[in-house]
Design a protein around this ligand. Structure first.
Ligand SMILES: [Zn+2]
Length: 631
């Protein structure tokens, strides 16, 4: 519960460790653990033993904290002693080396930004462990910040990411009630970039160019990428900023601030939205052409913003978007074993190579799968994606009940109205539409349980112990009020009908539930170079891809198969869709980049074919936005 005078959240994220992954989600977190997620420090010096965040002389900026921000939740959700020990070294160094004035982190820089990330890691660690050192360290640091911000104000990254700092100040205020923390949040807001103003009159409606944002003008507004124009149009900044208005609304209790989230997301979708649920950012705004890229940091930061915004606002549509990113854009940008990732992924990605690419500002390696393609930020930052999603599956409601905010197999251990309650969620969602929830209170206990009904889940059916509840309404949270007893079972059946969405140039994309589907292009993987324990890869197409779809939702066949140990693998994909298509020979690629999807409808004299689409994330070379062929 938020402490007065803060406004109430609709929902509250449960303390880290309350939710444990099971089923396919546990398999996915184990893949992360057995891949780069659990080994990065062994092969990448930037978070290795010489890290500045371990007292060394190595990287001393954002990379250590980024790694921790995902390693801490991963370690505690899996209760993995090896991962906990890795995280503990960084945590202990930070807690034990606070300066007398309250400053934390490496002495070699005093940048506010990397410390904002470490604050998030420390708060999660405190929730999981109750380590009594954390709250005093945070209190002293925030006092230092309040005293020093007036003479050393936020600049560049920190100025554009102030809301992440504010989020942890609010977290601490809820624990200590120190009114100075609200003062600090107000100061951060006043020094930070005014995101709501940017979106009240949104000017960046076209793909940006380096010239337009003065990227290379060291003395000008671009400031070598650190000027206001460059930072305003930077993908990661905007992904993080989606939570700015909701976070600020806790201080103001203003509906206008609460509406800021929806206005921002709508503008991003309208001008830069892509069929995978992301906005283009390679690494600045790049328009709606599905050959443009999205940076992995932006994917995971947008997910975190959606999780926090869903908690504050309680809007079911935010959960829909969160799942769309978690089940498509997130896994789609990793190799199956999570030993390699891309900096930029494309919805229409016909080649992964060193060929010239259409990026607004990124370099030629940006869509390779590798250790640190283009730049190492994503290498350090991706770890938070799956664990924070796991931590957000269930929330507490402000009326002291439970909320199924997003769906995946998991177990919850928490207290509701003073009673210990465990919840076991059994499901193969998003590959299947049925979610079974076993509610086990220690003693009979009355509380509301809410379930998110996605906007696409027309005709969903809700049962408790086999008895039908009132038909749930799509796009809302269905609420069940009852006295819960051990063994109660809630079952939600969501119909997963294939459906068509439209995008750039009236192109069509096929979705089913929260999965987006793509045509999987034949893949020819070619190792570019070894990189310690991993490697960098190019992927070349070994089949044609230039199909136009004949769209008839009724004529799409669904083929389901067992969900395997690698849930998003292409081989034995858990679900495929078959539908009619025709080749469109005039649609070509130049230098490994698909031409912008042609304006629909198109005509084709080529013969009809039935093609199979796979989950977006399974197809590492893919077409997701297709031209529609005339019947
Ligand atoms: Zn990045």
């Amino acid at each position: 519960m938020n402490r007065k005078p803060l406004a109430s959240n609709a929902f509250y994220i449960l303390p880290l460790g309350s939710i444990r992954p099971t089923g396919w989600l546990r398999d996915q977190l184990l893949i992360q653990t057995n891949g780069l997620g659990g080994h990065l420090d062994e092969t990448w010096p930037d978070v290795g033993p010489n890290s500045g965040w371990l007292g060394g002389t190595g990287e001393s900026w954002e990379r250590g904290p980024y790694f921790l921000d995902g390693l801490v939740p991963l370690a505690y959700q899996l209760d993995d002693a090896r991962l906990k020990a890795k995280a503990q070294k960084f945590i202990d160094w930070t807690l034990e080396h606070q300066a007398a004035n309250g400053m934390i982190g490496p002495r070699s820089n005093d940048d506010w930004w990397p410390r904002m990330v470490m604050l998030k890691a420390l708060a999660q660690y405190e929730e999981a462990t109750g380590d009594p050192r954390v709250i005093p360290v945070l209190s002293r640091y925030f006092s230092y910040q309040l005293e020093n911000l007036p003479r050393r104000p936020l600049r560049d990254w920190g100025k554009f990411r102030w809301q992440d700092n504010a989020l942890v100040a609010i977290w601490l205020y809820n624990r200590t009630g120190d009114a100075k923390l609200i003062e600090l949040v107000r100061l951060l807001h006043s020094q930070g970039h005014d995101w709501q103003k940017q979106y009240a009159d949104f000017k960046f409606t076209a793909p940006v160019t380096p010239e337009a944002i003065k990227l290379n003008d060291a003395g000008g507004l671009g400031g070598g990428g650190l000027g206001d124009l460059a930072l305003s149009t930077h993908g990661v900044n905007n992904g993080q900023a989606l939570k700015a208005a909701p976070v600020w609304s806790l201080v103001t209790n203003s509906d206008e601030d609460r509406r800021g989230f929806g206005l921002m997301l709508a503008a991003l979708d309208k001008y830069h939205g892509l069929p995978n649920g992301m906005f283009s950012c390679d690494e600045h705004f790049a328009g709606r052409n599905p050959s443009q890229g999205s940076e992995l940091c932006t994917v995971v930061e947008t997910m975190f913003s959606l999780e926090e915004s869903l908690a504050v606002l309680g809007d079911a549509a935010i959960g829909d978007r969160l799942e769309k990113l978690a089940f498509n854009a997130l896994p789609g940008t990793f190799t199956d074993d999570m030993w390699a990732h891309q900096y930029n992924q494309e919805s229409n990605q016909v080649e992964v190579s060193l060929h010239r690419k259409p990026w607004t500002t990124d370099g030629p390696e940006s869509n390779l799968f590798g250790l640190e393609p283009n730049f190492g930020c994503c290498t350090a930052n991706f770890h938070q994606g799956w664990p924070k999603f796991t931590a957000s599956l269930w929330m507490a409601s402000s009326d002291d009940g439970l909320v199924a905010a997003a769906y995946s197999p998991c177990e919850v251990r928490t207290r509701v109205r003073g009673t210990a309650v465990t919840v076991a969620e059994e499901t193969e969602y998003p590959f299947r539409g049925t979610v079974r929830i076993r509610v086990n209170p220690a003693t009979e206990s009355a509380f509301p349980l809410r379930l998110r009904i996605p906007e696409w889940a027309e005709g969903a059916v809700l049962n408790v112990n086999g008895q039908a509840e009132e038909a749930p309404v799509k796009g809302t949270f269905a609420k069940i009020e009852r006295k819960w007893k051990r063994g109660d079972v809630v079952e939600l059946k969501m119909p997963l009908r294939p459906r068509v969405s439209r995008g750039f140039n009236d192109s069509v994309s096929i979705e089913r539930g929260s999965l987006v589907f793509s045509f999987p292009i034949g893949e020819d993987w070619v190792k570019l170079r070894d990189r310690g324990m991993t490697a960098d890869w190019q992927v070349f197409p070994s089949s044609q891809w230039n199909y136009a779809l004949a769209v008839d939702e009724q004529a799409i066949d669904v083929r389901e198969a067992t969900v395997g140990k690698v849930p998003f693998a292409l081989k034995d994909a858990p679900v495929k869709l078959e539908l009619e298509a025709r080749k469109l020979p005039s649609w070509r690629a130049v230098d490994g980049v698909a031409d912008p999807v042609p304006q629909s409808p198109v005509s084709s004299e080529e013969p009809k074919e039935r093609i199979a689409l796979a989950p977006y994330a399974a197809a590492k070379l893919r077409i997701t936005a297709f031209p529609e062929v005339k019947a």
